[in-house]
Write a protein that binds this ligand. Structure first.
Ligand code: SAM
Ligand code: SF4
Length: 345
């Protein structure tokens, strides 16, 4: 039997839940399925990126195998990301394979974060395979600014993708990176746009990850300040939603919509962190803001059985750092040298 034929690994299914050295239970896996993307957002990538050679990237079979071992270890939620997950060749085959864990109840949720450029083509299939929600990144409603921020992207294409996702019955959440110079003034309009269409929206503070061409410090916008400004004319009601991540949510009484704030730079959320990340090269990162890494690809390609893979995963998770160390005041030098597109946002 090839690993790709394997159902959830029986051996791993019996293994105790994945718990780190500080007693935090890991139930959420983010998988970056590719480092490639059809956009080049200024805060995420350099204009001329060198992408990884194919041999370094896990095959669809390898991604399925590792993710499935995590499911066997108690992971209940998987988010596919990238790079742009929908540009990975064969990604729908991977999603179809992983959806077996939804069908048998081992996985509660399989979802993805996408830039939306290919959503119009994939939305119906995603819904058919059991995907219930998608996060779509859109930082502005201005087509020219969108084109500049993404270095060439089409806002109309992304909005058509969002509409297609909604029409296919997927719940959509908009992700918008808050940028002091570029979109600060239109944040209320973005929120209104999303809420009018029944979508939630989450604002994200810029994080110093990977070398990009711009200086990110002058674009840093504190979401505490944004929240205070919004609260001067809207009623923001705290929602007791805890996702185990850096997002905090409110309901905007005037629009009836949900608004999230992801503030990794200013908010300490690490004590309740439930997540780990797998890069497209098979590296396990247990903290977005630290350089800790476990090379699962080496273990996989050395021919390890599930027990070997489980031992490597458990070892990596055991030493999950207590917390991150992001500091924007380090100037434009990134705190973590890998790009968000490699780690998966
Ligand atoms: N390509 C997909 C997308 O754009 O949604 C998925 C990958 S992208 C790396 C995931 C999220 O990370 C996006 O919402 C993006 O805006 C965000 N992101 C990328 N670089 C970032 C940075 N330096 N700081 C904060 N957020 C960032
Ligand atoms: Fe691509 Fe997403 Fe990074 Fe933009 S944020 S360059 S869409 S991976």
């Amino acid at each position: 039997m090839t690993p790709y034929d394997a159902s959830p690994p029986a051996q791993s299914r019996q293994t105790a839940a994945l718990t780190d050295g500080l007693g935090r239970k890991v139930t959420y896996l983010r998988v970056s399925v590719t480092d490639r993307c059809d956009l080049r957002c200024v805060y995420c990538m350099a204009e001329h990126m060198t992408f990884l050679p194919k041999a370094e990237v896990l095959s669809l079979e390898e991604l399925d195998r590792v993710a499935s071992v995590f499911v066997g270890l108690g992971v209940r939620k998987i988010r596919l990301t990238g790079g742009e997950p929908l540009v990975r060749k064969g990604v729908m085959t991977l999603i179809e394979r992983l959806s077996r864990h939804l069908k048998n109840g081992a996985l509660e949720e399989l979802t993805l974060t996408t830039n939306g450029t290919r959503l119009a083509a994939f939305a119906t299939d995603l819904a058919r395979l059991g995907i219930r929600r998608v996060n779509v990144s859109m930082d502005t409603l201005d087509p020219d600014l969108f084109k500049r921020l993404t270095r060439g992207g089409s806002l109309a294409q992304v909005q058509a993708g969002i509409a297609a996702a909604a029409a296919a019955g997927l719940k959509v959440k908009i992700n918008a990176v808050a940028l002091a110079r570029d979109n600060a003034a239109e944040i209320p309009e973005l929120i209104r746009w999303a809420h009018e269409r029944g979508h939630g929206i989450t604002l994200i503070e810029t994080m110093p990850m990977g070398e990009v061409d711009e200086d990110r410090t002058d674009q840093f916008l504190s979401l505490a300040a944004v929240r205070a400004e919004l609260a001067s004319y809207w009623t923001l009601k705290d929602l007791p939603l805890n996702t185990g991540g850096p997002a905090r949510y409110v309901e905007v009484a005037e629009t009836g919509g949900k608004l999230g704030f992801i503030t990794p730079m200013t908010h300490n959320f690490c004590e309740g962190c439930n997540r780990v990340r797998l890069t497209c090269t098979g590296t396990l990162h247990t903290c977005l803001g630290q350089e800790d890494a476990t090379d699962l690809r080496a273990v996989l390609r050395a021919g390890a059985d599930d027990a070997g893979l489980i031992a490597a995963i458990a070892g990596g998770v055991d030493s999950k750092p207590k917390g991150h160390d992001f500091r924007i005041d380090r100037g434009s030098a990134p705190s973590v040298s890998r790009h968000m597109s490699t780690t998966g946002g």
